[in-house]
Design a binder for this molecule. Structure first.
Ligand code: FES
Length: 162
């Protein structure tokens, strides 16, 4: 797994603190605080989960449990370039698993991770409605269709050079 160092700023810490203060007295404060924390940091680093647990006086395991249960929360940062490989049925039968493998190999990360330089993050998705172009990969909203694993390095190279 790529090691991403936590690099939160004092401004982000202050924003988190004020969000926690705002919701502290509420029942069910955890969800709105996690949402806001993800807006502030772009994801939910372990360090931020610890602060939330301590400030709200709830076990860290509970914070972690909620953060991992809901798909809208991410425990990994997102890269400057967001890659998503479609693993929906039409793409899968046309070999999108091989596309995903090629991206993982090229970037030295696994699906759900972000490269250490935060340039790329990789996720999979279900049908994006472009089955006629299967197998499909999306980079920053741009759709690459009828892909082969061999084409992956050249596509990523274009973004690496940016
Ligand atoms: S299954 Fe991939 S676009 Fe439909």
């Amino acid at each position: 797994m790529a090691q991403i160092d936590f690099d939160g700023t004092p401004e982000q810490a202050a924003a988190l603190k004020s969000c926690i203060d705002e919701h502290r007295a509420e029942k069910g404060a955890l969800m709105p605080v996690l949402h806001e924390a993800q807006n502030i940091y772009g994801y939910l680093p372990a360090e931020v989960q610890e602060v939330i647990a301590e400030e709200l006086g709830i076990p860290l395991a509970e914070v972690y449990g909620v953060a991992t249960f809901y798909s809208q929360f991410s425990l990994q940062p997102k890269g400057k370039h967001k890659i998503s490989v479609c693993l929906g049925t039409a793409c899968y039968v046309k070999g999108s698993d091989k596309i995903l493998e090629a991206v993982e190999k090229e970037l030295h990360i696994t699906c759900g991770e972000c490269t250490a330089d935060r340039k790329f993050s990789l996720d999979s998705c279900r049908c994006v409605g472009a089955c006629g172009l299967a197998p499909v990969m999306i980079v920053d909203g741009e759709v690459y269709g009828k892909l082969t694993a061999k084409e992956v390095p050249a596509i990523l190279d274009k973004y690496m050079k940016e």
